[in-house]
Design a protein around this ligand. Sequence first.
Ligand code: AKG
Length: 281
Amino acid sequence: MAQITNPGLYNFQVFSPNEIARFSTAIEDIQSGASDGIVIEGLLSPEEARRMSAQFKAMVRESPHDQIYHPTSFGHVFGATLMESDLDHYFRRAALARQAFEQLFLHRFESLVFGTLSRLTSRYGIHLSVHQHNQVFAPASMRILEPGYASLEAHIHQEFPMYFPSYQAISSQLDLSTELSFYIVLQKPDAGGELVLYDLQWQNTPPAMLQQNVFLTGARSEDLEPYDQMLLGLDAGDMILFPANRIWHKVAAVTGREFERITIGGFLAQARDVEEYRLFI
Ligand SMILES: O=C(O)CCC(=O)C(=O)O
């Protein structure tokens, strides 16, 4: 069961995969503000999540996957993201990441994610994002929060295009004001690692907070400390979808000693020219 602290702060619907048909307008509802997000409990079985986590730990030690496994202040990231400045490099790494995710999910990562998201909307198709020359954006990355490391510090997705020029490649085709974030938990930490949603939304953000030099730093999380908070601690196999461009959030540091928090997820936003959401990171 997902552990939710202060559940009254935001309006989340929590349900199991066999109830998904009742949430066939979840994406539209999050977009309109009628909902603040959903959690699907047990999208993967605990055994599937355990097998993937074990295989992942072996995978990152070997070439070529060690090339897309990077240390960060919170632990590691596995994959490619548009925070890097060289787009050709990004697309090469994105191809490697997609192949690795398919290997981990026994060739059903994209079908699982796209199939699940498609069932959460009655209006939009869900697709990959493709750049010129058929270069495919990565639909996800993996985040590994390790015991003894920092939080994935407070941020909001409206910031990314302001600071990272590679975002132009995606903002030319997608309306990033509609951006949502999803992730699936592959391994739950023994303590900590909750998603923290602050009672501060984009439209009320004090302009002084938007400084690139505090992006993803602890100083930003300190600025947000006074705001009320809702915490979501998900189990291995659960999936979340939430408006990461509207609600300031962070992932709390892992305070347990043994298990890393391992998630796989990405972003999606509405295409500018057709009724489609497309994934990227
Ligand atoms: O838990 C994760 O994998 C990252 C969550 C997050 O910060 C985001 O989606 O923006």
